[in-house]
Design a protein around this ligand. Structure first.
Ligand code: PEP
Ligand code: MN
Length: 360
């Protein structure tokens, strides 16, 4: 698949002067609920109404969606509000039912993108469609799997494509439900700058209080849109209650976000600078994360050394590391002076960590 300007035609056709907003509940629950939310979203920035009809649950026993019946509610919401509709499809049967009920945009869920067999079945079922297909990232942090899914749809002659970044699961618990791993989305954006990229802050956050910040980072990174789970009474939602916000809260978020449009020359300069700064912030956070992981390993070494009564400073080993890193640095365009200073600081911190453990 090559990058082509046409990739974004469907989005440009909306003619929006703000990012595309897809909003609506995690799950369609009742007809009243879908219609109520749609009407509350009608005169906002939201162009597309989302609602899960079939819900992929990691564990059985949770609400698994109302099924095909809910498609009628989406259709009615479209008739009453003029909003476009979108839902998740996870097999060929879902595709047929969604098409029969005039769903405008179909999204592929994170648990589906991981499976090339299922993705291929869905692509075959959709072959040649002029519907828009949005591909969520797979649950695991694997860019090829994500791109592979997009390529399968592209090869099936589906021209209106986009991707949704919903974060990646990790074994360790962090402040996110799914780690953003922004660098993966940035890499995808570098490969396909015209493929519309939409952030799903709700599934990254897992909680409502950090949704705004995630949206702002995405806009600073030039994302094209946002998909935000929105419910008239979020706390009562049948699925993902903690991360849903009200339509009014979404309106406030859209008001508070700094939305950058490409206008004058100087604006263009500022935009570029902001985007690059946002990328630096992502890289810096990764650095801190890595350094902290490295120190945890040092702590572990400290414990091993303590158990054997070995001294903290092992000069021979340290000189080896330094020599290797200077060579490695050179190959990556980093000066010897910088590498020496950096690794001396890292080493000192490591020794401090280990001494603390020895004295404990
Ligand atoms: C959803 O959008 O409600 C959903 C189930 O998303 P994901 O596939 O990202 O988990
Ligand atoms: Mn959800």
């Amino acid at each position: 698949m090559e990058n082509k300007k046409e990739l974004r035609n469907w989005l440009d056709d909306f003619g929006l002067d703000h990012p595309l907003v897809i909003a609506g509940p995690c799950s369609a629950e009742t007809e009243e609920q879908v219609l109520k939310i749609a009407h509350q979203l009608k005169d906002t920035d939201a162009t597309v109404l989302r609602a899960g009809i079939w819900k992929p649950r990691t564990r059985p026993g949770n609400f698994e969606g109302v099924g095909a019946l809910g498609l009628k509610w989406l259709k009615k919401a479209k008739e009453e509000t003029g909003m476009l509709t979108t839902t998740e499809v996870a097999n060929a049967n879902h595709v047929d039912l969604a098409m029969e009920n005039d769903v405008d945009i179909l999204w592929i869920g994170a648990r589906t993108t991981v499976s090339p067999f299922i993705v291929q079945d869905i692509a075959d079922a959709l072959k040649g469609t002029d519907k828009t297909v949005l591909v969520k990232n797979p649950v695991n942090p694997d860019l090829s799997l994500w791109l592979g899914a997009v390529e399968r749809f592209h090869t099936a002659d589906i021209k209106n494509l986009g991707v949704i970044h919903r974060g990646f699961s990790a074994y360790e618990k962090t402040k996110y439900r799914n780690n953003p791993e922004w660098q993966i989305a940035i890499e995808l954006q570098n490969k396909f700058p015209d493929l519309p990229l939409i952030l799903d802050p709700s599934h990254i956050a897992g909680r409502r209080d950090i949704i705004f910040d995630l949206c702002q980072t995405a806009l600073d990174l030039n994302y094209d849109g946002l998909m935000v789970e929105t419910h008239h009474t979020p706390d009562d939602a049948w699925s993902d209650a903690a991360q849903q916000i009200t339509p009014a809260a979404l309106v406030q978020i859209m008001k508070d976000l700094k939305i950058r449009k490409e206008v004058s020359e100087s604006e263009d300069f500022k935009n570029k600078l902001n985007t690059l700064r946002a990328k630096i912030d992502v890289a810096d956070n990764q650095l801190i994360d890595l350094l902290s992981k490295r120190m945890k390993i040092s702590d572990e070494i400290g414990r091993v050394k303590k158990s054997q009564n070995v001294s903290v400073l092992q000069t021979k080993r340290w000189n080896e590391i330094l020599g290797n890193m200077v060579l490695e640095g050179e190959q990556h365009g980093l000066s010897e002076e910088f590498i020496l200073r950096l690794f001396k600081a890292v080493h000192q911190e490591s020794i401090n960590h280990q001494e603390k453990i020895m004295k404990a």
